[in-house]
Design a protein around this ligand. Structure first.
Ligand SMILES: Cc1cc2nc3c(=O)[nH]c(=O)nc-3n(C[C@H](O)[C@H](O)[C@H](O)COP(=O)(O)OP(=O)(O)OC[C@H]3O[C@@H](n4cnc5c(N)ncnc54)[C@H](O)[C@@H]3O)c2cc1C
Length: 457
């Protein structure tokens, strides 16, 4: 039998269930085409993300070369024709990936494309812990509330053994391609060995301060595992195994960390059961909200020119690094959807073009949480006040100053609400409207508007 193995964002040599599948079925397999479908990033502003993606892929290709394996690099749109041409009767593919740049790369579209060519599709788990079909509640329905999901499934996490395959023993089965990436991306991305080291260092040291570090803004002190997981560089089962092995060293912090990973699982399960929520409010009652579509305000938000330094610093962090702290993701998304009252799908889309850890389920449901349209979302009356968030989480304005250097010499307490300190700021060399923007909105008026719209529904 000739099979195709589709390595869609499972960029790892170790603990890779697709390789395990080949190992388990090697008696029946005569030939195997290892195929990496390449994602296309043609929109403006996606450069950083595209470079990161291709950087990760290049490292993976280098690692495979050590085993004399040279995969085929194809566009998604050519997969069906290629497989038919090579007489491939079955393809094996990771069925649980949510991190794609375009929706058309997801498993539903992929299955349709292969079905058109009468090619059997076998899916394997590769990037999430739980199978959505095995996570229903007692009534046979998907969980809609995180805490119930967490309570029901936390005890199912357990240690896992490594897979049995040895890649060097499989390499003779693979047909070799002559293809190369058309550019050198070695400056970008993350290799598997570096990702493993980063994660091992994190679990050896920093996880012990997870609860406090999670809210620390001036530096990234969280794991940044979101990036590793978005490209499938380490298996989530391996991560869970390590967390359980270390559990007794620091139950409190490790449990907090596991809880966050369970959020990722929860959102993945939800998106699988409710794919429509990628585009519409999870909560049906909020589907007809008349959002604003003010392009000027949206542009100011994207470019970090809202006049609220904490928001502007966060948007600059995103634009410069492709990453943003979780707290700040909540602050800027609330600012866009509540203070500016702009449709959450616009913000979700902007994050998609910028975040190198973009994952459509976590992103969509993170946005819907902030917009109060999601499952288990923040109630609309708990609207964040950006100035209070700034005072609380960036008291000394260290984060603000890291990303807005023109405010470096300003007394920190003036930076939480600069518009209330115009004269003092001028004395410190900052003229509002010239050196730093005036505020785009009055928070109190915006709050009144949000309350009145939501209350009427
Ligand atoms: C508006 C908004 C958009 C978001 N978009 C994304 C996205 O595109 N991709 C993404 O991976 N996460 C997203 N998140 C969730 C969260 O912000 C990131 O997972 C986290 O900041 C990544 O940093 P870390 O790996 O250092 O996190 P850590 O604090 O070290 O957490 C460990 C892991 O737990 C998971 N996790 C932590 N917080 C959350 C959360 N709130 N929801 C789901 N999983 C979580 C992630 O896998 C993360 O890697 C979004 C949150 C919001 C509010």
């Amino acid at each position: 039998m000739t099979i195709g193995v589709i390595l869609n964002r499972v960029f790892r040599i170790n603990n890779n269930p697709l390789f395990e599948y080949i190992h388990q079925n090697k008696e029946e397999i005569e030939k195997c085409y290892l195929i990496i479908p390449q994602e296309i990033f043609e929109e403006d502003g996606t450069n950083m993300k595209a470079n990161y993606y291709y950087g990760v892929m290049q490292s993976f290709l280098n690692d495979l070369r050590q085993y004399d394996i040279e995969p085929f690099l194809l566009d998604y749109s050519d997969l069906g024709d290629f497989c038919e041409d090579k007489s491939i009767s079955e393809v094996i593919v990771a069925g649980d990936i949510m991190s794609y740049h375009q929706e058309s790369y997801d498993i539903r579209h992929l299955k349709k494309a292969f079905n058109k060519h009468n090619i059997t599709v076998t899916t394997v788990r590769a990037n999430h812990y739980f199978k959505p079909s095995a996570t229903m509640n007692k009534q046979g329905e998907p969980y809609k509330v995180f805490t119930s999901f967490y309570k029901a499934h936390r005890s199912k996490l357990r240690k896992h053994d490594s897979y049995a395959y040895k890649l060097k023993n499989l390499s003779d089965l693979f047909v070799k391609s002559q293809q190369k990436l058309n550019q050198d991306y070695s400056k970008y991305g993350l290799s598997e060995s570096k990702a493993i080291k980063k994660w091992n260092d994190y679990i050896d040291q920093d996880i012990q301060n997870y609860e406090t570090n999670r809210e620390y803004l001036p530096e990234v002190l969280t794991s940044q595992l979101s990036i590793i997981l978005a490209y499938g560089i380490i298996d989530i089962k391996q991560i869970v195994t390590q967390l359980i092995e270390r559990y007794e060293e620091d139950e409190h912090n490790i449990e907090q960390f596991i809880r966050e990973l369970m959020f990722r699982e929860f959102y993945y399960v939800l998106m699988t059961h409710y794919p429509n929520t990628a585009h519409e409010a999870f909560n049906e009652k909020y589907r007809d909200i008349k959002w604003e579509y003010n392009k000027e305000d949206y542009k100011s938000w994207c470019e970090g020119r809202t006049g609220f330094p904490i928001v502007d610093a966060a948007m600059t962090e995103l634009n410069q690094t492709g990453f943003m702290h979780n707290r700040m993701r909540m602050v800027v998304s609330q600012f866009l959807t509540k203070d500016l009252f702009i449709d959450w799908t616009w913000g979700e889309d902007y994050f998609r073009t910028k975040l190198i850890d973009f994952d459509s389920a976590s992103n969509v449901h993170g946005w819907q949480w902030s917009a109060s349209t999601g499952t288990d979302a923040v109630p609309y009356f708990r609207m964040f006040n950006p100035s209070r968030q700034s005072e609380r989480f960036d008291k000394d304005a260290l984060y603000i100053k890291t990303f807005i250097p023109q405010l470096n010499d300003v007394t920190p307490k003036l930076l939480h609400e600069p518009f209330k300190h115009e004269a003092e700021l001028e004395q410190e060399g900052i003229k509002l409207g010239q050196d730093y923007p005036k505020p785009l909105v009055d928070h109190k008026e915006a709050r009144d508007h949000v309350m009145s719209v939501f209350k009427q529904i």
